[in-house]
Design a protein around this ligand. Structure first.
Ligand code: GDP
Length: 469
């Protein structure tokens, strides 16, 4: 069962509570049965599932029996939903903080992956994930690079070269050197000298047995002294992630895990909970083949998003990333917003910022309260809609862009708007759109500016923009 199905089932089980008037033990049992069945279908270990059931039951029963304020029907529902939520969070919470790369310092991250000996199955996504990681840090203002020390797989260096070039990330590798330890050491030394802040070392591993892989990891580790070693695991291994995660934890001092292919595999929930059980931090989840399909992992936001409750923390992180890239501009924008002085030009800049944050559905799924169905399959449409908005503003003159939109309105003597000026049809013609689209854009801009003004503060504009999409 892919993760979105798991989320839907858990959500359905929890929402069913809202339809009953009396919450008794039978209702609790039915709900727990549905929650547990969904988790088992996602390959979560039977023991972990039964522990979750036990813990929720103990928490809830204690309050039911207390007979206090919390034991009233309405409160009982909240109590059960909260208890299930909390236990789902602890199911995926390794309880350990991972290493956080520091700015202005050469953070060396070594990536290792495991593939059964001689298998013809596709890789677990290690090389792709290395580039995704570099892109992630680069977007957040780190100078990032990749060293390809995977000398076993013939095409590995070419693959790194292609994806790194596409992502505009610096890379290092060799077609002739066969010693992975030598390449790793050379690459890291070069990038350290060039003051790179994130140096990702991609190691081989496909042909290795577990013990040999960890031996090679230790050798490269001695040569490059990583600040963090990351094990890349494919979600399809489900519960087996526990054994690999445990062995890895014993070999790496500063180890963290990335679970890839969470978008397509039935066993994703099993893999995450199995890793969490070994108390190894999970730092990211791979959620697709694109270079931006890498989601930072954090237990509570993960469960919140899974249940369709949004991920405000993730959204704020995105916003902070934007702010750190250009702090002065964001401060200026926040001030303009508070004063209600946002021009069309400023608005266009914010649309472009949202487009840079990632696929629309990913950003939208972080906003609490949006129906999940609305988000599916709408990326291209959303991106196209935003692009057309940019085309429209591209056809505006400087004076129009710096205005608050009133120049497009014909006003009566008393100042009341009575229609649109010739400017609207000119912009429509120039941008290859329709008068109606330009009208809509101006209307959305006004709504957004009003809402943002009301919301005030730094990120009001984003909330406002999401409301009108
Ligand atoms: P490696 O052999 O471990 O280095 O694996 P690769 O990076 O070559 O990836 C193997 C395949 O998995 C490629 O087709 C990738 O596009 C694909 N892949 C990697 N990560 C993900 C992911 O998160 N989701 C999906 N659907 N595919 C992925």
């Amino acid at each position: 069962m892919v993760l979105s199905d798991l989320g839907r089932k858990l959500n359905a089980a929890l929402s069913s509570l809202n339809r009953v008037s009396i919450v008794d033990e039978k209702v609790l049992d039915t709900l727990l049965k549905e929650v547990c069945a969904a988790l088992l279908e996602s390959d979560v270990n039977v023991k972990l599932v039964s522990q979750l059931r036990q813990k929720v039951r103990i928490k809830v029963k204690a309050v039911f029996e207390s007979g206090g304020e919390k034991a009233k029907e309405a409160n009982k529902k909240n109590l059960i939903q909260k208890a299930v939520f909390d236990e789902l969070v602890s199911l995926v919470d390794p309880g350990v903080e991972p290493y956080k790369p520091k700015k202005g310092y050469p953070n060396v991250i070594m990536a290792v992956g495991l593939q059964a000996c001689g298998t013809l199955l596709p890789g677990n996504g290690k090389t792709t994930t290395c580039t995704k990681l570099a892109v992630h840090y680069q977007k957040r203002g780190y100078k990032a690079s990749i060293v390809c020390a995977d000398t076993f797989r013939a095409g590995a260096f070419d693959q790194t070269r292609q994806s790194a070039t596409k992502a505009k990330v610096a890379y290092f590798g060799s077609y002739t050197e066969t010693d992975p330890v030598a390449i790793a050491a050379q690459g890291v030394a070069k990038f350290k000298k060039e003051k790179f802040e994130v140096i990702i070392v991609d190691t081989s591993g496909r042909h290795k047995q577990e013990s040999e892989l960890f031996e090679e990891m230790i050798q490269i580790g001695h040569a490059v002294k990583p600040d963090m070693t990351v094990l890349i695991l494919d979600a399809s291994i489900g519960q087996s992630a526990e054994a690999q995660s445990r062995a890895f934890k014993e070999s790496a001092d500063f180890g963290a895990i990335i679970v890839t292919k969470m978008d397509g595999h039935a066993k994703g929930g099993g893999a995450i909970s199995a890793v969490a059980a070994t108390k190894t931090p999970i730092i990211f989840l791979g959620t697709g083949e694109h270079l931006t399909d890498l989601d930072r992992f954090s237990p509570q936001p993960f469960i919140s998003k899974l249940l369709g409750l949004g991920d405000v923390q993730g959204l704020m992180e995105h916003m902070q990333d934007l702010a750190t890239q250009n702090p002065d501009r964001q401060k200026e924008m926040a001030k303009k917003l508070e004063e209600g002085k946002l021009s069309i030009r400023d608005w266009r800049e914010q649309i472009q910022n949202v487009m840079n944050l990632g696929p629309i559905s990913k950003i939208a799924s972080m906003i609490p309260g949006l129906p999940q169905d609305l988000l599916q399959g709408s990326d291209e449409e959303g991106a196209l809609r935003m692009k057309r908005m940019i085309y429209i503003t591209d056809s505006m003159s400087s004076m129009e862009l710096d205005s608050d939109g009133t120049v497009f309105m014909e006003s009566a003597k008393d100042g009341k708007p009575i229609g649109l000026t010739w400017r609207v049809s000119r912009v429509a013609r120039g941008s290859g759109t329709t008068v109606r689209e330009v009208e809509e854009l101006l209307c959305q801009y006004r709504m957004m500016a009003n809402m943002a003004k009301q919301a005030g503060g730094k990120n009001g504009w984003l909330q406002a923009m999401q409301k009108i999409q």
